[in-house]
Design a protein around this ligand. Structure first.
Ligand code: PLP
Length: 417
C-alpha cells in the first residue's frame, strides 16, 4: 500500500464520519477503505491505480461521465471569473439562463419558475414549504396535509424525511416531523379525504431507495387525475429519475404528466457540482407576490455560479445526443440484464431505463457481499438490502455496459458459491 493510501485511510478512520454508515464496522481493520483519486468517463481509479466501472453513477449523479471536457471547461471558465456570490439581493446571468432552459423542457405556460437550492433534500423541502405556504395564502388554512407513497424516499432534512416511508431511516424522527399520510398506491389514495390535503408527493415511474421498484404503468397519470379533480398539488421528486435516467429527459414525460412542483438535483450538473432546482407554475408563484407573502427560504450557496455553469454545459451535452440514442442505450442495457434472469441466485430483475435493481435470494448481507466481490471484478456499486443497484452513466457504451453486467454476474457467482 502506498503512503497516500495509508495516510488517507488512517485520517478517514480517525476524523471522518460517513453518511448512512455504521462507523465501527467502517473503521474496523476488516473493512477495506477505497480512496477514489480520479475519474474519466465511466471509470474511477483508486489511489492504488485500480480501475472500476462507476456502477451506481456516483450515487446516481453521473450522467455524461467523469471529467467530461465540455463540462470541465465550463466550470473552469466560470471559476476564473466568479466562484460564488450571494443570490440574496443579487443575481448572475447563468442562473437566469439555466432557469429558462429548465422551463423550456415543458410546454409553454406550465412550469415557469425555478427556485434554486443545493441538493435533492432541499429541492423537496422547498417544494413542501411552498405547497404549505401557498394554502395559507390562498385562504385554505385547513389544507395542510401531505400524502406520500409508502416506502418512498425524498431526502434527509426534517421536512423531506417526514415524507420518507422507509422506517429504518425515519421512524426515530417521525414524532418531531410533519403529519403525513402514506398510501401504497391509487386504491388507497382514492380513500383519502382530500379536503385537508395540500399536496401528494412521489417519485415518478420508479422508487429508488425502495430497492428500485417501478410503479405500475399508468399510475402516475391516475394520480395526476386524482389531484386535478380535488385541487391537490402534485409534487414530483425527480431527483433520481431526472436527466435521462428513465430513457426520457424527465420521468413524468412517460405518462404526459406535468406536476405543480418538480424537484431536480443529482444529474442537474451531470454529476459534477451540488445544485438543485424546484420548478413550479406561474399560478403558484403569483401567490407569493407582495410583502406579506414572501417565501422565506434559501441557502448560502443558492444558485451557485459554478453549479449553474456545470448544469448549462450538461444540457449542451444532452443537445448533442442523437434522436434515438438514449432509447437505444436503454434497450442494450435491457438485453444485457437478461443474463441475470437465468441465475439461481437472482430473485428478480427490475429495470426502468438506465436504472436496474438486481434482487438476490439469500440471507441479509448477500447484497453487500456481492458488491464487495464486484470490486475485484472492476465494478463499484452498492446494495439496498439484497438488491444490487446497477445504474450506468448515460454515456456508457454497449461494451462498457457489457463489462459492468459481466462483472456483476461474476461477483454474484463468486460471493454465493
Ligand atoms: C428520489 C430522491 N429524492 C431525494 C433525494 C435526496 O437527495 P440528496 O441526497 O441530494 O439530498 C434522493 C437521494 O437519493 C432521492 O433518490
Amino acid at each position: 500500500m502506498n503512503d497516500l493510501t495509508q495516510h488517507g485511510i488512517e485520517r478517514d478512520r480517525r476524523f471522518v464520519w460517513h453518511p448512512f454508515t455504521e462507523q465501527e464496522t467502517w473503521c474496523g481493520e476488516g473493512n477495506e477503505i477505497i480512496l477514489i483519486e480520479r475519474g474519466e468517463g465511466v471509470w474511477l481509479w483508486d489511489t492504488q491505480g485500480r480501475r472500476y466501472f462507476d456502477g451506481n453513477s456516483s450515487i446516481w449523479t453521473n450522467i455524461h461521465g467523469h471529467g467530461h471536457p465540455h463540462i470541465v471547461a465550463s466550470i473552469k471558465r466560470q471559476a476564473e471569473t466568479l466562484c460564488h456570490s450571494s443570490f440574496l439581493g443579487l443575481s448572475h446571468a447563468g442562473a437566469g439562463e439555466l432557469a429558462e432552459k429548465l422551463c423550456g423542457f415543458f410546454p409553454q405556460g406550465t412550469l415557469t419558475r425555478v427556485f434554486f437550492s443545493d441538493n435533492g433534500s432541499t429541492a423537496v423541502e422547498c417544494a413542501l414549504k411552498m405547497a404549505l405556504q401557498y394554502r395559507m395564502q390562498n385562504g385554505e388554512d385547513g389544507r395542510q396535509g401531505i400524502v406520500a407513497l409508502a416506502n418512498g424516499y425524498h431526502g434527509d432534512t426534517m421536512g423531506a424525511a417526514a415524507l420518507g416511508g422507509v422506517d429504518l431511516f425515519f421512524q426515530r424522527f417521525r414524532q418531531f416531523g410533519m403529519k403525513v399520510d402514506f398510501v401504497a398506491g391509487v386504491d388507497e389514495l382514492e380513500k383519502i379525504d382530500a379536503s385537508h390535503v395540500a399536496a401528494v408527493v412521489l417519485e415518478p415511474m420508479i422508487q429508488g431507495v425502495n430497492q428500485m421498484r417501478p410503479w405500475p404503468v399508468g399510475m402516475l397519470a391516475q394520480i395526476r387525475g386524482w389531484c386535478d379533480r380535488r385541487g391537490v398539488h402534485l409534487i414530483l421528486d425527480e431527483v433520481m429519475t431526472g436527466f435521462g435516467r428513465t430513457g426520457k429527459m424527465f420521468a413524468c414525460e412517460h405518462e404526459g404528466v406535468i406536476p405543480d412542483f418538480l424537484c431536480l438535483a443529482k444529474g442537474l450538473t451531470g454529476g459534477t457540482m451540488p445544485l438543485a432546482a424546484t420548478l413550479t407554475t406561474e399560478e403558484i408563484y403569483k401567490k407569493f407576490l407582495g410583502k406579506e407573502n414572501v417565501f422565506y427560504y434559501g441557502h448560502s450557496y443558492t444558485a451557485n455560479p459554478l453549479g449553474c455553469a456545470a448544469a448549462l454545459a450538461s444540457l449542451e451535452v444532452f443537445a448533442r445526443y442523437g434522436k434515438d440514442e438514449l432509447a437505444e442505450k436503454c434497450e442494450i442495457f435491457s438485453s444485457l440484464l437478461a443474463k441475470f434472469d437465468g441465475m439461481p441466485q437472482v430473485k428478480e430483475v427490475r429495470q426502468c431505463g438506465l436504472i436496474a435493481g438486481i434482487e438476490l435470494h439469500g440471507e441479509s448481507g448477500t447484497g453487500q457481499a456481492v458488491c464487495l466481490a464486484a470490486r475485484k471484478h472492476g465494478l463499484l456499486t452498492r446494495p439496498i438490502l439484497n438488491t444490487v443497484v446497477l445504474m450506468p452513466p448515460l454515456c456508457s457504451t454497449a461494451e462498457e455496459m457489457k463489462f459492468a453486467t459481466d462483472a456483476l454476474a461474476s461477483a454474484i457467482r463468486a460471493a454465493t458459491c
